[in-house]
Design a protein around this ligand. Structure first.
Ligand SMILES: *Cc1c(COP(=O)(O)O)cnc(C)c1O
Length: 401
């Protein structure tokens, strides 16, 4: 594969070369389960059966591996399928995982609900406290450290180089969920991570029209085998692969990732700054704000602050819930990372599975996935929603005084 210097050039061309047979500039979607053999086990281009390999999937995997600067990438049917395959590939019963506490609810459910009964223990930690991370490691027993940065939905920033140091001192792997930043804004493998996982459903697909996940590995061995070989075997033997139509959509989205992330970031920065000054808003969580505790670290570790903004309200849960139900352009919905703006009341939607636990999300918080629409329209929508929220709670606010 050709190597290109620029991110966007790589995104558009790596693994996406024109079809050699017909000259089609866009490689065709290989919608096939099996491949004809010219003799027993005489394969034309190495393809036998689409669970093992499929050109559309492989093209997307090459494209994503190049962008994350990994050795290899593996595409799965969803982000959680990717996470599950990775964890079952590298963990053994009895192993221990150090898990960033502020993360995707589904990852927590996977590790506790599915892997727990198979004998995998975990300890949740504050991702911003490296001393706590190190203290949670059980020497000789901890096999994986797992972190998400920026985190979901509190937008905490983890020091990736610091986490990598702790992981490697313990002989463990550092896995980073890079869904929120995307490789355009952050490349965890460059900071020492061993594995990156993605929900490609989000920014990589970018248009809210496909589910997918991916694992990208660095050139490293673990338990005596190359990571690429270990995860590749799990993908083939476990079989939770992404189909060719889904890989085509993810690959198409990935080509414009850079353009989209620039716009998501600039819209999010402007809205975060504006929201800070609005009455009824208690706090805006966005790493691009100078007052954010992870601002300096994010500025060092990322090339932009991303498109997710969380907002906390003076009026508590009632105000946050009312606001989430009052926007017209921002659609009330789980998920994130598409071109259209979404709003989510996390404690009862995405993070309902951790309600009532120490990992519960604040009830006064809403999360915005800021899309790439025109800024003025987005701001007008939020202003209208704030107004309607205040109207609903005017009496309550007076009572609180
Ligand atoms: C959505 C999401 C996942 C899970 O991905 P699916 O494609 O929904 O299975 C994992 N991590 C993060 C950060 C996510 O936002």
């Amino acid at each position: 594969m050709a190597q290109y210097a620029g991110f966007n050039t790589t995104a558009i061309h790596a693994g996406q070369e024109p079809d050699p047979l017909t000259g089609a500039v866009i490689p065709p979607i290989y919608q096939t389960s099996t491949f004809v053999q010219d003799g027993i086990n005489v394969l034309r281009a190495g393809h036998e059966y689409s669970r093992g390999s499929n050109p559309t999937r492989n093209g997307f995997e090459t494209q994503l591996a190049a962008l994350e600067r990994g050795t290899a990438a593996f595409a799965f049917a969803s982000g959680l399928a990717a996470e599950d395959a990775l964890l079952r590939a590298v963990l053994r019963p009895g192993d221990h995982v150090v898990l960033g506490g502020d993360g995707y609810g589904g990852t927590n459910r996977l590790i506790n609900g599915l892997l727990g009964p198979w004998g995998v223990a975990n300890t949740a930690v504050d991702i911003t406290d490296l001393a706590a991370v190190a203290a949670a490691v059980r020497p000789g027993n901890t096999a994986v450290l797992w972190v998400e940065t920026p985190s979901n939905p509190l937008l905490g920033i983890a020091d990736l180089a610091g986490w990598a140091k702790v992981a490697h001192a313990a002989g463990a792997l550092l896995v980073v969920d890079n869904t929120f930043a995307s490789p355009y804004l952050q490349r965890p493998l460059d900071w020492g991570a061993d594995v990156v996982v993605h929900s490609t459903t989000k920014y990589i697909g970018g248009h809210s029209d496909v589910l997918g996940g991916a694992v990208v590995v660095a050139d490293r061995s673990f338990r005596g085998r190359e990571l690429a070989e270990t995860v590749g075997y799990q993908q083939f033997a476990g079989g939770a692969v992404a189909g060719p139509q889904d890989c085509y959509l993810a690959a198409r989205g990935l080509k414009t990732l850079g353009l989209r992330m620039e716009r998501h970031t600039s819209n999010a920065q402007s809205l975060a700054e504006w929201l800070q000054d609005q009455p009824g808003v208690a706090e805006v969580l966005y790493p691009g704000l100078p007052g954010h505790p992870g601002h300096a670290l994010a500025a060092r570790q990322m090339t932009g602050f991303g498109g997710i903004v969380s907002v906390r309200f003076d009026g508590g849960a009632p105000a946050a819930r009312a606001f989430a139900e009052s926007t017209r352009l921002f659609a009330l919905s789980v998920s994130l990372g598409g071109v259209e703006s979404l709003i989510c009341y996390c404690s009862e939607m995405t993070h309902a599975s951790v309600r009532g636990t120490e990992l519960a999300v604040p009830v006064d918080l809403v999360r915005l996935s800021v899309g790439v629409e025109d800024l003025a329209d987005l701001q007008e929508d939020l202003a209208g929603a704030l107004e309607r929220t205040h109207e609903r709670f005017a009496d309550a606010v007076v009572l609180n005084r």
